[in-house]
Ligand binder design. Structure first.
Ligand SMILES: C[S@@+](CC[C@H](N)C(=O)[O-])C[C@H]1O[C@@H](n2cnc3c(N)ncnc32)[C@H](O)[C@@H]1O
Length: 429
């Protein structure tokens, strides 16, 4: 029996409706995509993934979409109509079929807001113009800049050219990196992945994680190549008692446990610790999990401590393009104070001769290099341990006096790496 063709765009409409709610939830409530995504529960997994992808791409290219839209908007449209225009423009710029995209967004807007008829006409007219303009003009528009609170310190630390290169990396997005539970070379061959010099595996952006071989068996987990380095720098030994502070969702906990260490993993958030538990169950690894403030942890002394401190997460903008649109830098001072308190407590929990690795996925030197310097100034019994950072595959220009500085523009030919700062210390007294 022949099936009647579906009207263009109909199968995309649930995803687009969901994208509109998700986009508004992130922007208006200042929640990350991860925090807001549970609102999409009930949507088929494919539509959910499509909605999330569209919202992420819209935040990534928002400055470009706004530049294209501006000449066609006499006044700022109501929130839902503006969101539809931004999402629709990005879809069109990235090759979406004009008829389906425009019709769907017009229908969606017709059911939202206080003056649906006016909004409907405006969205229809503007998106038709975008269908004609956006695909050609998109790539000619400037690369979106980081917000001033972030761009300022980045350009001051590494210069204008580096800031621009980091912005280009944010726009390019990130590939899919995995960490193997066992032999990385064997897993790379099995998955057809690139084996990176640091031991991580790399697949092209957009690969569907749960469909990859070995996911259900727990043979690997998703982890940026930069995020995999701190646990390698700690170099846990089999049966060694290791403390993993600020552990959720557990990428580093799994690395430490896979190396055979007896891991105690601490995180303030019981909900996030539940994800560590699920990750450990999937990978068949184990660790002792404690939901508590790391500053109150009593235990040890430990031979090895990993402190992956909460931070601005500005090193992960490639993967979390909404961050520049929902943060204003006002939380950074409090994060820096918390990081220092966490370092101080970690030092107290360290056995004489013990190793401490401190890291943050931040581009801000205040959360990285400055924290490492301040820790040494506050703790005369702490020494830098630069040899711990002599890891396979490390490029010489990642080394800085305080430790390792990774930036998204590093490894540009390979597809980049998340921004990270990593310092290694030893307690000598
Ligand atoms: C950068 S994430 C950790 C990522 C994790 N190490 C991994 O590799 O998957 C920071 C974590 O710190 C936790 N956190 C924030 N403040 C904390 C505190 N005072 N004590 C313990 N954990 C805290 C957050 O809940 C969050 O899970």
């Amino acid at each position: 029996m022949s099936r009647r063709p579906r009207p263009a765009g109909r199968e995309g409409q649930p995803a687009r409706r969901a994208a509109l709610s998700l986009f508004l939830a992130v922007l208006e409530e200042r929640r990350t995509l991860d925090e807001a995504e549970p609102a999409l529960q009930g949507l088929a997994p494919e539509a959910r993934a499509r909605a999330r992808r569209l919202v992420a791409e819209t935040f990534r290219g928002l400055a470009r979409a706004d530049a294209l839209l501006a000449p066609h908007l006499r006044r700022r449209p109501p929130a839902a109509a503006l969101a539809a225009l931004r999402l629709g423009t990005v879809e069109l710029a990235q090759g979406g079929a004009a008829h389906g995209v425009v019709n769907d967004w017009v229908q969606i807007v017709a059911g939202a807001g206080r003056k649906p008829a006016a909004a409907r006409g405006m969205v229809n007219a503007v998106l038709r113009k975008m269908a004609a303009e956006a695909p050609e003009r998109w790539k000619t528009l400037p690369v979106p800049e980081m917000p001033a609170w972030l761009r300022g310190p980045v350009a001051e630390a590494w210069g204008e050219a580096a800031a621009a290169a980091i912005e280009a990396a944010h726009l390019a997005g990130a590939p899919l990196d995995l960490t193997a539970k066992g032999d990385p070379a064997a897993l790379a061959a099995r998955l057809g992945a690139e084996l990176l010099p640091t031991g991580s595996l790399r697949l092209p952006r957009g690969a569907q994680v749960s469909a990859l071989p070995g996911f259900a068996e727990g043979d690997w987990w998703v982890q940026d190549a930069g995020a995999a380095l701190p646990a390698l720098a700690l170099a846990p030994r089999p049966a060694e008692r290791v403390l993993d502070l600020c552990a959720a969702p557990g990428g580093k906990t799994m690395q430490l446990a896979a190396a055979g260490a007896k891991v105690t993993a601490v995180d303030l958030s019981a909900a996030r610790l539940e994800r560590v538990s699920q990750n450990l169950a999937r990978t068949g690894l184990s660790a002792r999990l404690l939901a508590e403030d790391a500053r109150a942890h009593q235990g040890g002394p430990y031979e090895a401590i990993l402190l992956d401190a909460p931070c601005s997460a500005t090193g992960t903008i490639r993967r979390h393009p909404e961050l520049p649109h929902i943060r204003d830098g006002s939380g950074v001072a409090a994060l820096c104070a918390l990081q220092a308190e966490l370092v101080d407590h970690a030092v107290q929990l360290l056995a004489p001769g013990g190793r401490l690795v401190y890291c943050t996925c931040s581009l801000l030197p205040a959360e990285g290099e400055a924290q490492a310097e301040a820790a040494l100034a506050r703790h005369p019994g702490l020494r830098p341990d630069p040899e711990a950072l002599d890891l396979p595959g490390i490029e010489t220009d990642w080394r800085v006096p305080q430790g390792l500085r990774l930036r998204p523009d590093h490894w540009a030919q390979r597809g980049g790496i998340d921004g990270f700062f990593i310092a290694a210390f030893r307690r000598v007294a």
